[in-house]
Design a protein around this ligand. Structure first.
Ligand SMILES: *Cc1c(COP(=O)(O)O)cnc(C)c1O
Length: 458
């Protein structure tokens, strides 16, 4: 008999959440322009909008915050963070930023020249924004399986080396400032790269003099999948695997609001001291002095503790990903089309298939997220045609192959009973899917439009 497992923590403090009526939610979603980003959290029952900064910190992190050294320069909290990043990831040079995009901004501005090409394994919204803002062109070199919602390939986050080679040969290695390698690819549904692929990409880049810059935001979840799925890694600890991932890179940008278990923060970490010097020079202009960047001393304390805690044992990540898989398998059992394998940070509903009566330019994923909210007060988010934006050359919607609703699970916040409520609600909306109508823009921002766009029913 398989035995049940439960969360490896108990609850010390509670935060009440509101339970709303369907009537109320029908009004609030219209007021929010059918955009779940524009709902007030007080109108949400179970908030699966994002796992970014929504983590519950531990008692140790909260107590570490009281030790925050708020000195403007040279704070002890900064040096604790330097040590934690060095011990866990192995990078020598640390540039603290307010969150991941701060690090992406600095890295892109320093390394990308106008006309450069940046190959990466599927785009991430803010990452691509900064690469393009620096004059670069992002080229997707992820394996084809990543774009296929039906594929159950275990490493859909892998870079396709043939595609990478073709890009480098086409434009020349001097036009490729770095390879942007994301761990546990967010937009692909939280899908990992294998260690073998990380090693192969690194070896190829070395030969060609191209740095590998990780987006290591989700390296922990990637490490878990390597441990579970890749031959030879079952006996390795999560800490060892995270370190081995980072060992095959020249640096990383990290949003600490994810794996690192804090509500705000991030960093750029590199090995090259010259690059670090240049990054610090930019840091003072855009974020803050080099020993705090975009964070308070107390934030750096909580982050240093969070980085150590995430790899202190394997139980944390097993429960974190296990909860996501629990929800995913309930939905699969209910017949709801979801991206498989289930990813590390959320369950991705295949809105393109669920609402196949809608054209992609009627934004099925946006409409599905709104319908789930109306049904139960569960808030997810669109990851499809709205998020992908318009092609700058043609001005048309990008119409990505994946048209998804993301139900993202915050770390250490909800219990399995919350997951049961979610799966019942999604199952109900799925049963009545033909009644969900398409949407059209009533306000469309120029960049990163998904955050503030407004819609009305067509
Ligand atoms: C969240 C995220 C980012 C951006 O980080 P912010 O902290 O939100 O600025 C970059 N890459 C990935 C993979 C992310 O998940």
């Amino acid at each position: 008999m398989t035995r049940s497992w439960a969360e490896p923590w108990k609850i010390k403090m509670v935060e009440p959440i509101t339970m709303t009526t369907r009537d109320h939610r029908e009004r609030t979603i219209v007021d929010a322009g059918y955009n779940t980003f524009l709902l007030r959290s007080e109108d949400v029952y179970i908030d699966l909008l994002t796992d970014s900064g929504t983590t519950a910190m531990s008692d140790r992190q909260w107590s570490a915050m009281l030790l925050g050294d708020e000195s403007y320069a040279g704070a002890t909290s900064f040096y604790k963070l330097v040590d934690a990043v060095h011990d866990v990831y192995g990078y020598e040079e640390l540039i603290p930023t307010h969150q991941g995009r701060g690090a992406e901004h600095i890295l892109s501005q320093l390394l990308i020249k106008p006309g450069d090409v940046v190959p990466g394994n599927m785009y991430f919204t803010t990452t691509r924004y900064h690469q393009e803002a620096a004059g670069g062109r992002f080229v997707d070199v992820i394996v084809d399986e990543a774009h296929d919602p039906e594929s159950i390939f275990p490493f859909k986050g892998n870079i396709d080396l043939d595609k990478l080679r073709a890009v480098v040969e086409d434009v020349g290695s001097d036009r490729v400032p770095y390879v942007s390698f994301e761990t546990n690819v967010n937009m692909a549904g939280g899908q990992p790269a294998s260690m073998a692929n990380i090693k192969d990409v690194h070896a190829y880049c070395r030969e060609n003099g191209i740095p590998v810059m990780l987006d290591a935001t989700r390296a922990l979840e990637n490490a878990y999948f390597i441990q579970q799925r890749e031959k030879g890694y079952a006996g390795h600890s999560i800490a060892e695997i995270v370190r081995e991932i980072a060992d095959h890179s020249d640096g990383a940008t990290v949003s600490s609001k994810k794996d690192n278990l804090v509500n705000i923060g991030g960093f750029l970490a590199v090995r090259d001291p010259d690059l670090a010097m240049k990054a610090r020079a930019m840091l003072v202009a855009f974020e803050g002095l080099h020993t705090y960047g975009g964070m308070a001393g107390r934030d750096m304390e909580a982050l240093a503790e969070g980085i150590r805690e995430m790899v202190a044992n394997d139980d944390h990540v097993r429960a974190r990903v296990g909860q996501v898989e629990y929800l995913g398998h309930q939905l699969i059992d209910a017949g709801v089309p979801v991206i498989q394998p289930i990813g590390g940070h959320g369950v991705f509903l295949d809105a393109g298939r669920i609402l196949d009566h809608l054209d992609q330019d009627e934004f099925p994923a946006q409409a599905l997220a709104a319908a789930i909210y109306v049904d139960s007060g569960v808030r997810g988010m669109e990851r499809g045609n709205v998020s992908a934006g318009r092609d700058p050359e043609t001005g048309e919607n990008r119409r990505p192959k994946l048209e998804l609703v993301r139900l993202t699970i915050p770390r250490r916040v909800y219990t399995q009973s919350h997951m049961d409520v979610v799966s019942e609600s999604v199952g109900e909306v799925f049963e009545n899917r033909r009644s969900v109508q398409g949407l059209k823009f009533s306000y469309e921002p120029d960049s990163l439009r998904f955050f503030q766009a407004r819609f009305s029913a067509v």
